[in-house]
Design a protein. Structure first.
Length: 549
């Protein structure tokens, strides 16, 4: 079946669906501590063994390696911080390192955080959800037990999220691709049950980027494991995005094609100047990104050659247009994906976070540390995922013509592209999904999330999707959500919890600009495909806008 121009793909490795609260492993079922069991003190958790049958994928079980009481502060109440190791089947593979925050005042609910990039570090269990509200209290501060893992490998690199060396081990690779999510969840819930004398009444997942992919993975593969999921700027088609990063590296490495930081700023400013007022207000935010019409040829230098920072050469214009267009590959991937939609001009050259966009140095071999995050991500993927040769030159592998690496890339796509749009099992289990993406994202294209949402609606049906999911595009928000045109903040966890527990879907949500320059201005958070149009009044108040299509 073809959906929206893409072959419909079913996850072949989905686990059997089992009743909530039970754990399945090769026909053996083990339950977590039952409700009403004697709770354990924080120090008493040290040395706790998590039996392998309590984890729904093969492991050698787990062990609590540390547990300490953390005193409360004005912003965060006292909690017990637990360190847990989940042992791999392959002795050569790394442990999955899990951290758990167990609040002294527990609300009988839990939140699992997703990672970012290539993971390699445990997310802060005292931190917030993506696009979370400023000053509104993190999940741990609000009484949720929180937990996260390194996805099955620890990196000592300066930026663990850009270290792909773990992928040369098969089990570590499968853990990163998704298996660690199940192992982490099951082991953490076992420990939570030990601490409080019973399992949580509700469990939620929240993540952005790689964590957004992980959020969709748990909804697709284990639809009964979480009552609600927050998926922000998800790199759901991860292998496809890697191929686009490879294409980006090829394009920007061409002689004369790279834009320096001043030229990137020029492009960004001219796009904003051209489209900022289309929503009725000039405020530095393009609300209707899809309706923005901009031709980079208006920046062409006289003589069409590079003449400085106040214009673009023909080679640079061709590069900008290539990266803003859909990239396709002329071969079949096992995941069924056929291309990646490219980035809007606005995000590809967003100078607020150059590291996540084009960077400040053209791609090369070896890859400069000042090149963009995406092309460095490709460099690691080629070296450790595809060729498993740390000396392999990334620019020597053309994603359009991968030659002997084609089958390996196809196999990786089956692992990494989390692309099943049929979330009916998740909905049938009572699951609720909040999907969010900023339209100025410079690392994961919001067009890709639009494509997934459209597939979901075609497979599941518009009305059925509306009963369990909401998709919001956030104008002006970028990938890091810092120094953005609009640094979005919204209590998505509170909205999700209300939807799950009371059956009340978000109604007229409002998002706040948390950036220093935003001064707390607000906008309506419009469900896709709507966007906020200014109708008059105070330009800093959401009530002065309405959602239009």
């Amino acid at each position: 079946m073809v959906v929206d121009g893409f072959p419909e793909v079913r996850m072949r490795h989905a686990l059997p669906r089992v009743a909530a609260g039970l754990f399945l492993l090769l026909g053996t079922v083990a339950a977590p501590p039952a409700q009403g069991a004697a709770p354990a003190g924080c120090a008493g958790l040290r040395g706790t063994a998590v039996p392998a049958p309590a984890i729904g994928l093969p492991t050698r079980g787990g062990e609590v390696t540390g547990a300490v009481d953390v005193p409360g502060t004005a912003a965060l109440g006292a909690y017990c911080r637990v360190e847990l190791a989940v042992r791999p089947v392959d002795p050569a593979a790394p442990d999955i390192t899990v951290r758990i925050g167990l609040p002294a005042e527990w609300n009988r609910k839990a939140v699992m955080f997703g990672g970012g990039g290539y993971d390699g570090a445990v997310p802060d269990v005292a931190g917030n959800v993506p696009f979370g509200p400023a000053g509104g209290g993190t999940p741990l501060a609000r009484g949720y037990a929180t937990f996260a893992s390194d996805s099955g490998h620890r990196s000592a690199a300066a930026d663990p999220s850009l270290d792909g060396s773990f992928a040369r081990n098969d089990e570590a690779l499968r853990n990163f691709a998704g298996d660690a999510l199940k192992k982490t969840r099951d082991a953490a819930l076992y420990v939570i049950g030990k601490r409080y004398g019973g399992p949580p009444a509700r469990a939620y997942f929240a993540g952005g980027s790689t964590g957004g992919r992980e959020a969709l993975a748990v909804a697709q593969r284990w639809p009964r494991d979480f009552d609600g999921v927050i998926s922000a700027y998800p790199a759901w088609n991860a292998a496809s995005l890697d191929l686009f990063f490879g294409y980006e590296a090829q394009v920007l490495a061409r002689p004369g094609a790279f834009l320096n930081r001043a030229e990137q700023r020029l492009l960004y400013d001219r796009v904003v100047a051209a489209c900022d007022g289309d929503d009725g207000l000039r405020d530095g935010v393009i609300s209707d990104e899809a309706g923005c019409r901009f031709d980079p040829r208006v920046l062409r230098c006289r003589g069409r050659a590079d003449r400085g920072d106040d214009c673009l050469s023909d080679r640079q214009i061709r590069a900008v247009r290539a990266l803003s267009s859909r990239f396709t590959w002329p071969y079949r991937l096992a995941s069924g994906e056929t291309g990646y939609p490219g980035f809007p001009f606005l995000s590809g050259a967003d100078m607020t976070t150059p590291r996540l966009g084009m960077g400040s140095t053209a791609p090369a071999d070896p890859m400069p540390e000042t090149s963009g995050y995406g092309v460095r991500f490709w460099d690691q993927w080629v070296k450790h995922f595809v060729t498993r040769d740390p000396e392999h030159a990334a620019l020597s592998l053309d994603p359009r013509r991968p030659g002997p690496w084609r089958e390996r890339i196809s196999a990786l796509s089956a692992l990494q592209d989390v692309n099943d749009p049929d979330l009916r099992p998740f909905a049938a289990a009572g699951g609720r999904l909040l999907l969010l993406h900023g339209t100025a994202d410079e690392l994961v294209s919001h067009r890709s999330t639009v494509a997934y949402a459209e597939r979901m609606r075609k497979v599941v049906g518009h009305r059925a999707v509306d009963r369990f999911a909401r998709f919001y595009l956030v104008p002006g928000a970028n990938h890091a959500n810092v120094e953005a045109a609009f640094a979005a903040g919204w209590d998505s966890l509170g909205a999700l919890d209300t939807w799950v527990e009371r059956g009340t879907a978000p109604a007229h949500p409002v998002v706040t600009d948390n950036s220093p320059a935003g001064h707390g201005r607000t906008r309506p958070l419009c469900a896709y495909p709507a966007w906020p149009r200014y109708t008059g009044g105070d330009p800093d108040r959401a009530g002065s806008f309405r959602c239009v299509r």
